[in-house]
Design a binder for this molecule. Structure first.
Ligand code: AMP
Length: 473
């Protein structure tokens, strides 16, 4: 089956052909005709299924007629994170190459209001926004939502996790009742069901599962480590240095401050690494991601919130520097590798009894045990202190082509004798095949209440907590 039977315009079909995609994915196949028929759609699908194109392609087709008025966007797409919003914008650029007059604006936190305001003033066909910043513009009277013909709510269950549902409800009430709504979620917890019942009008339900091949090729392992930070960092370095076939890797930490610490440490040890967490300003986040995507750096240290849903094709290794607090996050983290049937490796560092408990919860969720690695190459460890010869602050860093550290300073050989590389011992590792994400997610473990301190990433906070509070003189 090709794209041509879906009802898309010639311009859109030409752009799709240019990308090389020949066959629509199941969500595209099932959703696009309904979107074009102006039906509300409830799409139960997650990143990796091609869901972005499932709304971008018909939107481009529909937007070929009519034009935008100042401050009154014609369509609105809500995304939980800035990175996801930027990714959707990229899709509009990719599939909209033949739509010269289309105005797409990104309204996200962390960048200047004035530039965004100027874009809104020019008239916007597609507004892609995170909820908090959108409401800020609306409250300032800079943005009217009364002209929105089509509303997309993407990654709704992630919005729920991040506390955005009250904002979503407010926005739904600001856009016209007669609009068309496309709603995407990976799971249907009761709160999401309530929202769909309240804000969708007789929706077509389209449910797709991610192909099993996406993560079936991922080998999952656990690596034992001492508990303190230096010991864990040492374990991680040995894991990276002994990794076979590493092209690139994402290293996940639970807290953003640990992302920053680990990033600095890896830089000091000479690794090619960038960081991604919610405290970085937007341009730094975008630059870090871009460098990683282009293989200018090999490692990306990230927090869950910053990395959720990112489309980074072909990551060879995932390291969980911290066992994720929520078992759900484990499935999302390892979903970054083993994509499109490629082999991937996901290794989780386990340090102490709390970690063991969290691993047990993950194993319960994915329905299978994850074996421990027998031995990590590079033992005995190098000294666990950070190199002193390098500055404590983040040094300027030249991108390198390899994750392995280059030959270091003149005393390096005294500290860490060059060792012949020892390969992991495959006969002792029993890689666990990965459960499909859709198998794992619905059995969501009860989630403890997250506090900003726990989570360490402010980008998940409800927008009203992040807005400035007017102080009385
Ligand atoms: P998404 O689920 O929207 O994050 O898309 C996941 C990946 O699939 C992206 O890299 C898309 O470019 C890619 N993709 C989207 N549609 C297709 C298609 N019909 N055939 C092959 N790849 C696709």
């Amino acid at each position: 089956m090709s794209f041509s039977h879906l009802g898309l315009s010639e311009k859109v079909l030409a752009a799709v052909a240019a990308t090389g995609y020949k066959t629509p994915t199941p969500i595209q196949d099932q959703a696009i005709p309904h979107v074009l028929a102006r039906r509300d759609v409830l799409g139960i699908a997650q990143t990796g299924t091609g869901k972005t194109a499932a709304f971008v392609l018909p939107m481009l087709t529909m937007l070929e007629t009519g034009r935008a008025r100042a401050r009154m966007p014609r369509t609105l797409i809500l995304e939980p994170t800035r990175e996801l919003a930027a990714q959707v914008e990229e899709s509009f650029i990719k599939y909209g190459v033949n739509h010269n007059k289309l105005n797409v604006a990104l309204i996200i936190g962390g960048v200047s209001f004035d530039d965004q305001d100027a874009k809104l003033m020019r008239g916007v066909d597609v507004l892609i926004a995170t909820p908090g910043r959108l409401l800020d513009h609306n409250e300032r009277g800079r943005l009217l939502l009364s002209g929105v013909e089509l509303l997309v709510i993407d990654e709704a269950d992630r919005m729920l996790d991040m506390g955005f549902i009250p904002d979503i409800e407010r926005i739904c009430k600001l856009v016209p009742f007669t609009r068309q709504t496309l709603f995407f979620t990976a799971t249907m917890p009761p709160e999401i069901r309530r929202i769909t019942e309240q804000f969708l009008s007789n929706p077509v339900r389209v449910e797709v599962s991610k192909p099993a091949t996406t993560v079936a090729a991922t080998t999952q392992l656990l690596a034992r480590s001492g508990r303190d930070g230096a010991e864990k960092r040492d374990t991680l370095r040995r894991l990276i240095r002994s990794a076979e076939g590493m092209k690139n890797a994402i290293i996940f930490c639970n807290r953003k401050r640990d992302v920053a610490t680990l990033h600095r440490s890896l830089l000091r040890h000479g690794f090619s690494v960038q960081a991604l967490h919610g405290d970085m300003d937007q341009s730094a986040r975008t630059a870090a991601l871009e460098q990683f995507r282009k293989n200018e750096v090999t490692l990306l240290v990230a927090s869950d919130v910053a990395a959720r849903g990112l489309d980074i094709p072909d990551v060879s290794h995932i390291y969980n520097f911290d066992v994720p607090i929520h078992a759900d996050d484990y499935v999302h983290r390892i979903g970054r590798t083993g994509r499109a049937g490629r082999a991937g490796v996901a290794i989780t560092i386990v340090a102490g009894s709390n970690d063991a408990k969290a691993v047990a919860a993950i194993e319960k969720l994915i329905g299978q045990p994850i074996p421990f690695m027998d031995k990590i190459a590079g033992t005995p460890a190098e000294p666990q202190h950070e190199p002193r010869s390098e500055p404590r602050h983040e040094p300027r860093h030249e991108p390198r082509q390899t994750a392995r550290p280059p030959q270091r300073g003149r005393h390096e050989h005294q500290r860490r004798p060059q060792q012949p590389e020892r390969r992991p011992q495959p006969q002792q590792q029993q890689p666990a095949p990965v459960a499909r994400i859709e198998d794992a997610r619905p059995r969501r473990a009860p989630q403890p209440v997250r506090t900003p301190m726990d989570d360490g990433d402010s980008s998940h906070l409800p927008a009203f907590l992040l807005r400035p509070v007017p102080l009385k003189a």
